[in-house]
Ligand binder design. Structure first.
Ligand code: NAD
Ligand code: UDP
Length: 340
């Protein structure tokens, strides 16, 4: 298949693109590089052993999308492009609605016009809001606690409406839990701008000496050690989940929803311990107040994806942390300053 990957220069898009290329698909990437670097694409090409078509531009730019769909006979779209920082979304909600909702609307409008019939959308476990119990199944009630989460919900709903009106469409909504890890080569990984919002890149930067200590956001949750519990899924498992979902579902009309998680939860302190074991020394932390909007625990029931796609996460927390550490220690400044 020929697949347009929006946001393909970003963290998950890079790994998914590599997995697509490895499975024999053709990849066209569109990214405006607002949260990624061109150098990452060079590394992707090195790992894939082939060149990749790249359009630098905005997913809200309809004329550019028309050009991409005219230049390439695209069979399916993986739509990763978007803004993803929860805290920032509360400060800049209009920007989040513009990029995430208007961007998806523009993309899907162009797909309908150019008769591209399959979209795989990056949704998130955040659409479950504050779940009434764990593990979380796909049929749980949906809600949002912040503008970022609401943009994901709005796009899911828009895609359902579009699928109902255009029955030839296949819409795959993949709700990721907490992605982490990096490619085994240490050549590609997560490269956040500025201070990382997420736990795993933050601990990685403490380990490599770029940050002094981890602030643990609360130790008074109703969890075994009081710190927040999440389902950390290796980015390579996520990437494989995307390719399996695409291959199985691109001709299956209608809307298909899957959790992509491991089904296991780890606390903040357990993740910290896993890093300490890999790095071989203690890492500094202090407990601070809860982060507003955080929930105590969140992990997936991934049974639906296992039963109907034959996919399950294969990699555990130890392997994830080893891979993050290889990436972070080989590239302390991420993709910045690379000459390849
Ligand atoms: P990322 O920021 O690394 O990648 C997103 C990419 O989209 C970046 O390369 C960025 O430059 C690009 N982009 C942003 N706005 C764009 C625009 N207007 N036009 C074109 N390109 C644009 O993020 P990621 O972690 O790879 O996440 C990918 C997707 O998965 C996002 O939609 C995100 O909301 C979703 N998601 C991520 C997580 C997570 O924790 N990483 C969890 C659940 C869902
Ligand atoms: N967390 C933390 N310190 C940090 C970042 C995160 O204690 O610097 C905690 C956060 O409260 C949550 C878990 O780590 O319990 C995962 O947070 P992250 O932001 O990575 O993902 P989220 O599940 O919030 O999307």
């Amino acid at each position: 298949m020929r697949v347009l990957v929006t946001g393909g220069a970003g963290y998950i898009g890079l790994h998914a693109s590599l997995e697509l290329l490895g499975a024999g698909h053709e990849v066209v990437i569109l990214d405006n590089l607002v949260n990624s670097k061109r150098e990452a694409l060079g590394r992707l090409e090195t790992l894939a052993g082939q060149s990749v078509s790249f359009y630098e531009g905005d997913v809200r730019d309809r004329a550019l999308l028309d050009r991409v769909f005219t230049d390439h006979k695209v069979d399916a779209v993986m739509h990763f492009a978007g803004l993803k920082a929860v805290g920032e979304s509360t400060q800049r909600p209009l920007e989040y609605y513009d990029v995430n909702v208007n961007g998806s609307w523009t993309l899907v409008s162009a797909m309908v016009h150019h008769q591209v019939h399959c979209i795989v959308f990056s949704s998130s476990a955040t659409v479950y809001g504050n779940p009434h119990e764990v593990p979380i199944r796909e049929d749980f009630p949906l809600s949002a606690t912040n503008p970022y989460g609401r943009t994901k919900l709005v796009v899911e709903e828009m895609l359902r409406d579009v699928a109902a009106a255009y029955p030839e469409l296949s819409v795959v909504l993949l709700r990721y839990f907490n992605p982490g890890g990096a490619h085994k080569s240490g050549l590609i990984g997560e490269d956040p701008n500025g201070i990382p919002n997420n736990l795993i890149p933050f601990i990685a930067q403490v380990a490599v000496g770029k940050r002094d200590q981890l602030a643990v956001f609360g130790d008074d949750y109703d969890t075994p050690d009081g710190t927040g519990v999440r389902d950390y899924i290796h980015v390579l498992d996520l990437a494989e989940g995307h390719v399996v979902a695409l291959e199985r579902l691109h001709h299956e009309r209608g809307v298909h929803v899957y959790n992509l998680g491991t089904g296991r939860g780890y606390s903040v302190l357990q993740v910290l311990k896993a890093f300490e074991a890999v790095v071989g020394r203690p890492l500094k932390y202090r407990v601070v107040d809860r982060r507003p909007g955080d929930i105590g625990e969140c992990w997936a029931d991934p049974a639906k994806a296992t039963e109907s796609l034959g996919w399950s996460a294969k990699r555990g927390i130890g392997e994830m942390v080893e891979d993050v550490w290889r990436w972070q220690s080989q590239n302390p400044d991420g993709f910045s300053g690379l000459s390849d």
